[in-house]
Design a protein around this ligand. Structure first.
Ligand code: LLP
Length: 422
């Protein structure tokens, strides 16, 4: 459920018409609903009964400081994958003791900063990383709390670019090497084993792959305990999918996901940790764009928007579907016709939708590209020297620009001319 609805013929975010924001901020822009963020967090958190369960919001999905702060105030921890994300989490008010650090390529500098901050755990993905972390912690007279991310060799059945749990992926430690690497970890002076971690992919819309993976790691917890390791935590990663289309496949509800997990991990006596990203922010955001032209080609009609692939790359990169709604509610009798919805960037891949049935649109009309709160703004770029677009957050009847649009001077100020060219 989200808080973007038509009221009196105009698409609103909470209590504000999106066209008012477009007038004040200009297009294109991202808009987030703080009520939706809070609601999604609450629904997920309430699915898990144990009070010690840690929901570490995966900051990579949307790292805007006001988004992270909204979730931190609701009780979320954070899953970070870089020094930048660590700093964002801390700046937004996430306590270090609720931060987990994931990723296959943590540098020693990043490890040092996270150790100084006193984060909750490192999810380690390889033996060389384990070695580096141990040395880094030892040099500070500390012990780094770690889980090992295990690759359970399960196919998450999602888009190949976001499928991470198969043996051939770069992620995690091979299933059949797990006990050996835990034994090695236990011998390292700077390392303190606290748990097991797994993450099999993103936008997963069935429970079965999760269940297979979680069964495997639950067995591993028992084996590791039998080997003498003190396994207190089980980090089950993120990946639960969201509905991207008003009419379409509905992924499992967090309650069903939680019930399956209770069944699979029940009796293990571990603290559960989750790293949801998309589930929390995906449907809490949309992108508002203005139609520049409507062009009737030989056998296709194009709606050309002022937003482009540099602002939202998901359709180009993952063939992702995003619903597109006009801000002015179409009449029930409006004649729908197929359009390709594209941006102004000079690439054929700069497309948001093909053959999409839309009501009549004219130059100057506003549209919303729905479900773009996750992996939207964070994956944007300045390609074609298009400034990064602003991000706006709404809270009831209040709105705030939570990331401003840079000026062209701002963009060029970070590019000093080489001295021999001056
Ligand atoms: N934990 C780890 C270790 C991850 O790698 C990810 C996502 C998450 C948690 C959060 O997953 P989520 O709950 O959001 O599915 N840019 C792609 C998605 C990339 C996902 C990367 N890892 C997209 O737009 O679909």
């Amino acid at each position: 459920m989200h808080h973007f609805d038509y009221k009196h013929g105009a698409l609103h975010v909470e209590d504000i018409p999106l066209s008012d924001i477009a007038r004040d901020v200009g297009t294109p822009f991202y808009c987030y609903s703080s009520a939706t963020l809070e609601r999604h967090y609450r629904v997920f958190a309430e699915a898990f009964k144990a009070p010690e369960t840690l929901i570490a919001y995966s900051i990579k999905a949307n790292s805007n400081l006001s988004v992270v702060r909204t979730l931190a105030k609701a009780g979320a921890g954070a899953d970070v994958v870089s020094r930048g994300e660590l700093r964002r989490a801390l700046t937004a008010g996430v306590p270090a003791t609720r931060i987990v650090f994931s990723g296959v390529g943590k540098t020693r500098d990043e490890m040092a900063e996270a150790l100084e901050a006193g984060i909750y755990q490192f999810n380690v993905e390889s033996e060389p990383e384990l070695q580096a972390l141990s040395e880094c912690a030892q040099s500070k007279n500390k012990q780094a709390p770690i889980t090992l991310r295990i690759n359970p060799d399960v196919d998450a059945g999602t888009h190949e670019k976001i499928n991470t749990g198969r043996a051939e992926n770069k992620f995690g430690i091979a299933w059949n090497k797990a006990r050996e690497v835990y034994a090695h970890a236990a011998s390292l002076p700077g390392i303190k084993i606290v748990g097991v971690d797994v993450h099999i992919g993103s936008q997963i819309t069935a429970l079965d792959p999760f269940e297979q993976a979680f069964k495997r790691v639950s067995e591993l917890v028992k084996d590791l305990r039998a080997d003498g390791h003190n396994i207190q935590r089980l980090d089950l990663g993120g990946g639960l999918g969201i509905p991207y289309a008003a009419q379409g496949q509905i992924p499992p509800h967090p309650d069903q996901y939680a019930a399956m997990i209770a069944r699979v991990t029940g009796g293990l006596d571990v603290q559960l940790i989750f790293e949801p990203g998309r589930l929390i922010v995906g449907n809490a955001g949309l992108l508002v764009s203005r139609v520049i032209y409507v062009k009737h080609g030989e056998n296709r009609a194009f709606v050309i928007l002022d937003a482009a692939m540099n602002d939202l790359i998901r359709p180009a990169l993952y063939d992702a579907h995003h619903d597109i709604l006009p801000l002015a509610q179409p009449a029930p009798t409006a004649p729908y016709a197929p359009f390709d919805v594209v941006g102004p960037v000079c690439e054929t891949g700069d497309s948001f939708a093909q053959n999409r049935d839309l009501p009549p649109l004219n130059a100057g009309d506003l549209v919303a590209i729905m479900s773009t709160g996750a992996y939207g703004a964070v994956q944007s770029s300045e390609y074609n020297t298009r400034p990064l677009i602003p991000e706006v957050m709404v809270h009831g009847g209040q709105m705030a620009v939570v990331r401003r649009r840079p000026s062209y001077e701002d963009m060029m100020a970070v590019e000093p001319m080489a001295q021999w060219l001056k």
